[in-house]
Write a protein that binds this ligand. Sequence first.
Ligand code: ZN
Length: 159
Amino acid sequence: MPELWIRMENDDSNESFCLQCGNPILAMVATCPHCGGNDLEFARETLRVRRIDIGHDNLTVHQARVVLDKEMATSVKNPDDFLVIVHGHGSSGTGGKIKVMVHDYARSMMASKLLKDFIKGEDLTRTSAASRRVSSNYPPIKLLNEWNRRNSGLSIFIF
Ligand SMILES: [Zn+2]
């Protein structure tokens, strides 16, 4: 039955799997839980990514923090893989302060084990230590459009 064949092929294309043993990969891992291999194929469709913008509505640092708290609670309850936070940039002014708040927030969430890691947009380059760390620990991050595109106006939280 051609229809069945097509449906099965579509299902396969939406699945992350191990190229070494062929088993499905159901979580964001660096190595295959079945064979220990690290040749994994991640399907973009299976990634749970949310994007929020707290930098363009003239929010105060406090208001931005409230929005972030709400998003964080949602992500913890119904786990996302990645939360991309657009916070604006600048070394001064509200944009810069919101950015500093987001980075401090990420560090405190990591300390509380609510966040596995985070990367600043300015570190989204091929060679940064942060970029190498997160791509080796959480390979699917390389599927994000933001990957390798240095942009100090955003940060990515990794759950
Ligand atoms: Zn495997």
